[in-house]
Design a binder for this molecule. Structure first.
Ligand code: TTP
Length: 303
């Protein structure tokens, strides 16, 4: 059975944690800096109001201040000269606790992200049609051109029109999207934090879709939209391909978009990159019908 995986990623997480502690800064341009006297400190998280002024994570505090004079900086606390991330880790745990009520298969992927295997919960709810009114923050990849709502409506209509393999897989994603809306609402209600989510049939696709619409939104990636997305997705956007391996794919194989990889047989990938990497590249993890096992997602992990 095809799984339904959601990746939940908190929006500008450290900023939200600080704003919850000091609510007078909510809605105002903020960033979190690791404070050094040098150039106003290095920015490690930027709130969306500050992003609207052009501030980003690669800037020094002083540069950000020039672009956004009203910006407020929170400083990461230090203990014996080292950053103390306790409050961020604890806040992340609060979120995991909420998410864990929706599935017994939750994998914490970083301080502010988790994969949730929704397959079982989806199975239980498949008899009810997912209503667009309950999918208020949901975007569907490949269906957004006329606007979010129009895309969602036309996707839902086509999904519930038939019962072939793709219809059934898409229905699972629709129900997964419904559960994700509920999860994100519960996270907000119980922690005060906003998050975004990606909903797809495997972890890689869920992660990819999560980044497409942010903040406080969720994105579904149906099988039928994967090819279109991959044909325009630069290789460096894929996890593990941001660095040297991605560069050599571009240089040696002239692969610009991840969809171009499909043209290469395993032997050619292995000749270029060695047996192991070639196989990893091939291992269908770029493609929906991949071989990730349910156990891959693991149980709830603490770190
Ligand atoms: P991210 O999830 O990468 O980013 P974000 O939550 O700040 O913003 P977005 O809405 O775009 O997801 O990182 C999560 C937190 O981890 C971030 O708030 C601060 C911290 N972090 C660092 O300390 N150093 C880094 O280089 C990065 C990328 C993040």
């Amino acid at each position: 059975m095809e799984r339904v995986i959601a990746l939940v990623d908190m929006d500008c997480f450290y900023v939200q944690v600080e704003q919850r502690l000091q609510p007078e800064y909510k809605g105002k341009p903020c960033a979190v800096v690791q404070y050094k006297k040098w150039k106003g400190g290095s920015i490690i998280a930027v709130g969306y109001e500050a992003r609207a002024c052009g501030v980003n994570r690669n800037m020094w505090g002083d540069e950000a201040k020039k672009l956004c004079p009203d910006i407020h900086f929170f400083r990461v606390p230090e203990v014996r000269g080292k950053a103390d991330l306790t409050k961020f880790r604890d806040a992340g745990k609060e979120v995991i606790n909420v998410l864990s009520r929706f599935s017994n298969c939750v994998e914490r992927a970083s301080i502010d992200e988790a994969y949730i295997d929704l397959t079982e919960e989806v199975k239980r709810r498949m008899d009810k049609r997912a209503q667009k009114e309950l999918l208020q923050n949901t975007h569907i990849v490949g269906f957004d051109k006329e606007g979010r709502l129009e895309g969602l409506e036309s996707w839902l209509d086509s999904v519930y029109e038939g019962d072939d393999f793709n219809n059934i897989q898409d229905k699972k994603l629709a129900v997964g999207a419904l559960i994700s809306e509920e999860m994100r609402a519960a996270v907000y209600e119980e922690t005060g934090f906003r998050c975004s989510a990606g909903i797809a049939h495997n972890k890689m696709l869920a992660k990819l879709s999560c980044g497409i619409n942010k903040p406080n939104k969720q994105t579904v990636l149906p099988y039928g939209s994967v090819q279109g997305l991959f044909s325009t997705l630069p290789v460096r956007k894929i996890r593990n391909l941001g660095g040297k391996l991605g560069e050599s794919l571009v240089e040696e194989l002239n692969v610009e978009f991840i969809g171009d990889l499909v043209k290469f047989p395993l032997t050619e990938l292995q000749n270029n990159f060695g047996d192991k990497t070639g196989e990893q590249l091939m291992k269908s993890q770029w493609f929906p019908h991949h071989n990730e096992k349910s156990a891959d997602i693991g149980e709830y992990e603490e770190f």
